[in-house]
Design a protein around this ligand. Structure first.
Ligand SMILES: Nc1ncnc2c1ncn2[C@@H]1O[C@H](COP(=O)(O)OP(=O)(O)O)[C@@H](O)[C@H]1O
Ligand SMILES: [Mg+2]
Length: 258
């Protein structure tokens, strides 16, 4: 199993949005996926609550259609919320080590995604230690970029491989690419200090449907599977999945050698 974390010492940069949308892609790909929500605001927990409510409503509607003999409409309604192996649990920051280690040892989950509030330094360090890989989302805004340095310190101190993912940039502009260059540049923030630290070369732009999807408890790849936002989220998922698989292969090699 893999443990992924969305980490940034800043609110509003897209940690929860990315955690939810990557989790949905993973579950759609057949992985048993669990989000561990350690943020007291419980953005992911609330999303799952919305999902359950909406799915129950869709089921009620489907039954009404069936009662009227309209099987086609009933099956369309049910297909909106297919049953995925996807869960969210909310846990307190004080107990996160205990619970997450237990889940990691259980073999019942293929992908665990930790979402944090990010403000608390201790929680960030704990999260980074528990994760195989960390995604550090940032918007292209100067304030958010400035806040990245502390998160970079966390992942480098715990020696957890990580990637910066640029989120919420202006579509159809060079903004995201320019920020990516700044993170790479040895005279900028120089995050790509070695092979474990990357700036994802695939961006999630500011896309309104991402917000709409959240409101109805869906991932963007369910809400608008053929849209641009879904394509961007899938690209980030593929980037992260490739890193996780490479790490696993590396660990297996090390185990064999020892
Ligand atoms: N790429 C995006 N396009 C549109 N809205 C976004 C995007 N990323 C995040 N948002 C919105 O910005 C707000 C903050 O995102 P969120 O994931 O909750 O941030 P964090 O978890 O880092 O605090 C939310 O309302 C979310 O829907
Ligand atoms: Mg959040």
């Amino acid at each position: 199993m893999h443990t992924l974390a969305a980490l940034a010492r800043k609110g509003g940069v897209g940690k929860s949005q990315i955690a939810i949308n990557l989790a949905v892609v993973a579950a759609q790909n057949g992985l048993r996926t669990l989000i561990v929500d350690v943020d007291p605001q419980a953005t992911c927990g609330y999303w799952m609550e919305l999902r359950e409510q909406e799915a129950a409503e869709a089921e009620n509607k489907a039954k009404e259609y069936e009662a009227r003999g309209d099987k086609k409409a009933a099956s369309i309604e049910r297909a909106r919320y297919p049953k995925l192996e996807l869960g969210v649990i909310e846990i307190s920051q004080g107990r996160m080590d205990h619970h997450i280690s237990r889940i990691q040892a259980s073999n019942e989950v293929d992908l665990l995604i930790i979402d944090t509030a990010g403000k608390d330094g201790d929680v960030s360090i704990k999260t980074s230690k528990l994760a195989d890989y960390v995604i550090i989302p940032t918007s292209p805004s100067a304030q958010d970029i400035a806040a990245i340095a502390t998160t970079m310190d966390v992942v480098q101190n715990t020696r957890t491989p990580a990637a910066i993912v640029i989120n919420d940039g202006q579509p159809n502009s060079n903004e995201s690419a320019e920020v990516a260059e700044y993170f790479r540049d040895p005279e900028g923030l120089n995050f790509e200090i070695n092979d474990d630290y990357h700036v994802a070369d695939t961006y999630i732009h500011h896309r309104q449907p991402i917000r709409h999807a959240y409101r109805v408890g869906m991932g963007i790849t369910e809400y608008e599977p053929d849209g641009r936002a879904a394509a961007e989220v899938r690209a980030v998922y593929n980037f992260v999945a490739a890193k996780l698989n490479a790490l696993q292969a590396q660990n297996q090699k090390l185990k064999k050698a020892s």
